[in-house]
Design a protein around this ligand. Structure first.
Ligand code: PEP
Ligand code: MN
Length: 378
């Protein structure tokens, strides 16, 4: 994807590269960050849907309503959604409550059912974005429509796959596209249900500066007490909006009970968010930042020169090891080095986690260079 040198995405409102009426009303020039999409993980009953939608619409809390109708579940024994019977309930939300509704689609048949019901927004779930065959089929079934499509990141941390799904939709002529960052399946258990890996969200913004990106703290968190902090992080990374699962009785929700919050709690969460802007009108403050950034530039130059010097020494070490047939890995030296640098770094006020990661990275790089030099014939 080409990046746009005239990117103004760091300023609100967003410059939408391609757009349409629904996207314009959610993210366009007259809309302030963050755009809020909320509603239950799953549509369960007509009453649950209507109660949630009315409570969320009160006071203009949300811009769009979400509800899963067909649920992609890890185990078939879990609740898999009520299916098409929910579509008339969601039509009521659009017609009577007056907010657009978003539904997850995973197949052309589901797309067709949503289009027939007049659903205004669809989204592609994380378990579908992973599969180019499914995405292609969905894209084809959407051809000729101008319905907005929200594209969740794939469950695995693969930016290209996420961008590829968006390209497939663009090739099918879809113009109203939004990304949703919902985190990635962790390899090992973490405090989160899905690892945020915010760096991937940042790369998404770099690759597609004019496509809105919203955060889904609910599916990252997995547990509601983690939501506020994740929503704030999404705002601090200047994401354009939030999708948050909301249920009138979260503990008894038929899916994702632990992560849902009531509409009242959503209002409290939103009221507590500090929505910072990308810049400020205070020229003194901007100048101060500029001066500090120049100092950072100088320090970075020192770091790079020092690192290059370190790698030159590694080359000399490799040459001696090669001559004397010594292994690149020297376990005792490595353990001592890591201990002493960690100790020194902690004294300098650096975090042990950073030191560990930094030195593991440096050591891995050093070993790789030695491996290459030692095994290259003269
Ligand atoms: C959902 O939004 O309810 C959902 C199933 O999300 P994801 O595709 O992110 O797992
Ligand atoms: Mn869910």
């Amino acid at each position: 994807m080409p990046t746009d040198p005239t990117d103004t995405s760091h300023n609100s409102p967003k410059m939408l590269s391609q757009s349409g009426p629904v996207l314009e009303s959610l993210f366009g020039p007259n809309k302030h960050r963050p755009t809020i999409i909320a509603g239950p993980c799953s549509a369960e009953t007509e009453e649950q849907v209507m109660t949630t939608a009315i409570a969320l619409a009160a006071g203009g809390t949300i811009d769009a309503f979400r509800a899963g109708v067909w649920k992609p579940r890890t185990r078939p024994s879990s609740f898999e959604g009520v299916g098409t019977v929910a579509l008339p309930w969601l039509q009521r939300v659009q017609d009577e409550v007056g907010i657009p509704v978003a539904v997850e689609v995973a197949s052309p048949a589901q797309v067709e059912a949503c289009l027939k019901a007049g659903i205004k927004i669809v989204w592609i779930g994380a378990r579908t974005t992973v599969n180019p065959f499914y995405v292609q089929e969905i894209a084809q079934s959407l051809m000729g429509t101008d319905i907005p499509v929200l594209v969740k990141n794939p469950v695995n941390p693969d930016l290209a796959l996420w961008l590829g799904a968006i390209e497939r939709l663009q090739q099918a002529g879809i113009k109203q596209i939004v990304g949703i960052h919902r985190g990635f399946t962790p390899y090992e258990p973490t405090q989160y249900r899905n690892s945020p890996l915010w760096a991937i969200a940042i790369k998404f913004k770099q690759a597609l500066p004019n496509i809105p990106l919203i955060g889904d703290p609910s599916h990252i968190a997995g547990r509601r007490h983690l939501l506020n902090d994740l929503a704030q992080t999404a705002m601090d990374l200047h994401l354009d909006g939030l999708m948050i699962e909301t249920h009138p009785d979260p503990d008894h929700a038929w899916s994702d009970a632990a992560q849902q919050i009531t509409p009242a709690k959503l209002r409290t969460l939103l009221a507590g968010l500090n929505v910072r802007q990308a810049t400020c009108p205070d020229t003194d403050a901007i100048q101060l930042l500029e001066d500090l950034r120049q100092r950072i530039d100088q320090v970075d130059e020192q770091i790079l020169n020092t690192f290059a010097e370190r790698m030159r020494i590694v080359r000399q070490i490799a040459s001696i090891k090669k001559q004397h047939n010594i292994t690149p890995l020297q376990l005792t030296r490595w353990s001592e080095l890591l201990d002493s640098r960690t100790q020194k770094g902690i004294e300098l006020g650096l975090s042990p986690t950073l030191l560990q990661k930094l030195y593991e990275l440096i050591h891995t790089e050093s070993l790789a260079l030695q491996h290459q030099l030692i095994n290259t014939p003269e």
